[in-house]
Each structure stands twice: as structure tokens, then as C-alpha cells.
Ligand binder design. Sequence first.
Ligand SMILES: [Zn+2]
Length: 255
Amino acid sequence: MEATLTIIFGLIIGSFLNVVIHRLPLGENVVFPPSHCPRCRADIPFYLNIPLLSYIFLLGKCRSCRGKISAQYPLVEGFCAFSFWLTVHNYGLSLQAAASAVFICLLIALAAIDIKHMILPDELTLSAAAFFFIYSFFNPEIGQLDAVLSGLGGALFFAGLYFFYLKIRKIEGLGFGDVKMALFMGLFLGLHRLTVAIFLASLFGLLVGIFIIVFKKKNLKLALPFGPFLSLGSFVSLFWGDAIMAWIGSFWRLL
Ligand SMILES: [Zn+2]
């Protein structure tokens, strides 16, 4: 029962995230007007606006113009539902579960917007930093000092990389959005999990980069947004970061 309600709630929030992902970068209001097809602007009636199910029922096509509905919609809804379930499974119905859900929603929205537009909007990253700074006073998992130092440390680390790329290689290797994203990641994850998150993000980024260069025959100067990798790294680290850290620790002691 609890799991079912959590999943339904996750689907609804995922549906709202899709609206945020679509409208926020365009500077549109995320609440009004109600849902419409981005192609033909036809209104979507409430009975065809049911997360996941409508997409399947409509076979991924708009009812009015038969245009393809982006796979982003069911993917975001499904992933949001899954991660809400995972959150409640991990933390029960608690304050930490609610904060984790907010964190995951931000990760999803930022990843999708970065893939589509190569930006990480301040509206999300800076609001998140403010939110998780306030939450650091209540976070039962990490101390406030850990949160603040990790946030600042993460931001400084990426700011360093940003200026390194800019000065040495004369390219914008990273956006400044990544700096602000690392700030709120550190504020919520703390030092251990932030380290794991950045390590995983770099690893995933490297693997995808190699894959693209080898199989798509693109050159090395391809611009790959880093936000999605930071999101994925943070998500994995939120749930399994401590286990990964312990595993690395035990491995280290063997040497
Ligand atoms: Zn349409």
C-alpha cells in the first residue's frame, strides 16, 4: 500500500518535472497554461495526461497532430517513480526521505535540461543550494560542518577545473553551472558521498566519451554536458556511496 502510493506520487511528480524540463529553459511559467502538445499546442485533456499510461495508450503519439511524443516523458516519470520508491524503501516515511526526493527531482530536471540545452539553470542550482543549506541544520546523516565544507569544497574543485580549462586550454570545458551543482551536491551528500559522486560522474563521463569517440567517430573536442553525469553519480552515491566507500576502504587495507 505504502509502496503503491509512493510510486503513484512519484509518477505525478515526474509528470510535473517534465513540464519544468520543457518550460523552465524557455522562460515559460511552469504552472500555467495547462499541459499542451509542444508541437501543435493542442490542449491535453486530464484523462490523456496520466503519467506513463497515456504514453503507452497513445503509442507515443499526440492525439491531435500524430507527432511523436518525446521518450523523455515516460522515462522521467518512470525513473522518478522508481527513485521515490527506493527513497521510501531506504529511509521510510521520514524527513530524510522527503529531502532525498527533492534532491532526486533536482538531479532529474538538471540532467534532462543539460542534455537538451547544455545549461544548468540558476533557478534550480541556486535554489537547491539555499534549500540544502537550510536542510543541513536538520540532516540526520551528516553534520552541518561536513555539509558546508563539502559544498564549498565541491564548488571550489569545479571552479578550479573551470578556470584551468579556460586559461590553459582556452576552452570552456565545464560550464559554471557545474560549479553551482557541486555546491548543492556537497551540501546534501557530505564529503564521503560527494567524493564518490564526483568519482562516478568522471568515470561515467569518460566511458560515454570513449564510446562516442570509438563508435560515433566524433572528435575529441566534442562538448559533452557534465550535468547528467553529476546527476547519475549523485544518485548512485546517495544510496550506495557509503557501501562503495567501505568497499574501497577494505580494498585499501589489503594493499
Ligand atoms: Zn500535437
